[in-house]
Design a protein around this ligand. Structure first.
Ligand code: TYM
Length: 353
């Protein structure tokens, strides 16, 4: 098989994770585990999106020392989960200035009204919108730039990123329309940017809090009991799952029986995703079981899958030379793709260079 055929059938994948601390099971099952799976079929670019991290108040991302350590921690999680930084590209966003450059152009393409509709902005800004940073408001423009700078067509993410990916398509489409003539004149054909498809699949696209089945598992939840962190040890995982909220009924034998039982649905989804099985398959085995038994099986499975990864993460975090080397080398390779795309954007828009 030639490179050309590979490139034709296996589009480039891009995805990112914010270095904001407390990497958890939702990040793993909804995103990082999927990143690993994509490696055999696609060219992948995986980014530690540090420019996104500073859109929140300094008190949230923790200040300069914390940011540096969180960037290394996310990188360590990528590597420990099995991402191969030689075959694929792993880097931190701020090292490739074209991300910010293209985001500016997209700020001038995207409309205020589009940003106003973003639920993540509303959630993160909270009631006091006036005090939210301009960066938080424009966040989706930067995210579109991340993806389109690599002309990536596939983006594995959790459910919460779907709206941002729809906006990415809107931005690509408007750029292609606004500059249609220039795009043709410069020999780029009918469209400069491709349409991006979100990859949101499997039983754990939205892992919920262990304390409240109506809330997403999140890095920022003040209760550590709400999430399983990727570096939690066996005892901590066991304790968190033991305390996880459930309902009084035994588990149903079929997925339809999970309807209206968010906590049960969440735990079964986590089990299925960790085991690489379907929800139906898990319920065929555990239907009728009490939660106590199921929780201890889930603890064993979680420790089995996460334990070695957490240990490797801790080892890598301590090896800053290695991690920093991976990021520096990855950034050079990322820039080699990003630069000519940005040059094309400049030509199309009419900037002289
Ligand atoms: P972030 O850092 O909040 O989360 C990283 C990834 O983890 C997924 N995720 C979840 N999946 C399932 N259940 C959960 N409870 C859960 N919590 C988080 C997220 O969906 C995400 O895939 N905006 C992005 C980062 C980003 C990005 C990009 C992603 C910046 N540029 C370009 C893709 C492409 C974010 O805040 O992810």
């Amino acid at each position: 098989m030639t490179d050309a055929i590979d490139a034709k059938f296996h589009p480039r994948v891009f995805s990112g994770v914010q270095p904001t601390g407390n990497l958890h099971l939702g990040n793993y099952l909804g995103a990082i585990k999927r990143f690993v799976e994509m490696q055999d079929v696609c060219d992948c670019v995986y980014c530690v999106v540090d420019l996104h991290a500073i859109t929140q108040p300094v008190s949230v991302w923790g200040g300069p020392k914390q940011l540096a350590s969180n960037i290394r921690e996310v990188t360590a999680a990528f590597l420990a989960a099995g991402i191969d930084p030689v075959r694929h590209i792993v880097f931190n966003q701020s090292r490739v200035p074209e991300h910010a450059e293209l985001a500016w152009v997209f700020n001038c393409i995207a409309r205020l009204g589009w940003m106003e509709r973003m639920t993540q902005f509303k959630e993160k800004a909270g009631k006091d919108r006036e005090r939210a940073s301009l960066g938080l408001f424009a966040y989706p423009s930067l995210m579109a730039a991340d993806i389109l700078l690599y002309k990536a067509t596939a983006v594995p993410v959790g459910e919460d990123q779907k709206q941002h990916l729809e906006l990415t398509r809107d931005i690509a489409q408007k750029f292609n329309n606004d500059f249609a003539e220039s795009i043709r004149d410069h020999g780029f054909g009918d469209a400069f940017f491709p349409m991006t498809a979100p990859l949101i699949h499997g039983p754990a696209t939205r892992v919920m809090s262990l304390r409240d089945g109506a809330k997403k598992m999140s890095k920022s939840d003040p209760s550590d009991l709400s999430r399983i962190n990727l570096t939690d040890d066996r005892d901590t995982i066991a304790q968190k799952l033991r305390k996880a909220k459930t309902d009084p009924e035994p588990l149903p034998s079929e997925p339809a029986g999970l309807e209206g039982r968010p906590e049960a649905q969440n735990l079964v989804g986590i089990y299925a995703a960790l085991a690489g099985r379907t929800t139906a398959d898990v319920l065929a085995e555990y239907g009728g079981a009490q939660f106590s038994g199921f929780k201890s099986a889930l603890t064993d499975l979680a420790v089995d899958k996460l334990g070695p990864m957490g240990a490797e993460m801790k080892r890598l975090v301590a090896d800053t030379t290695h991690v920093d080397g991976v990021l520096a080398a990855g950034a050079e390779r990322a820039a080699a793709i990003a630069r000519p795309v940005m040059d094309g954007v400049k030509d199309v828009v009419g900037f002289l260079r």
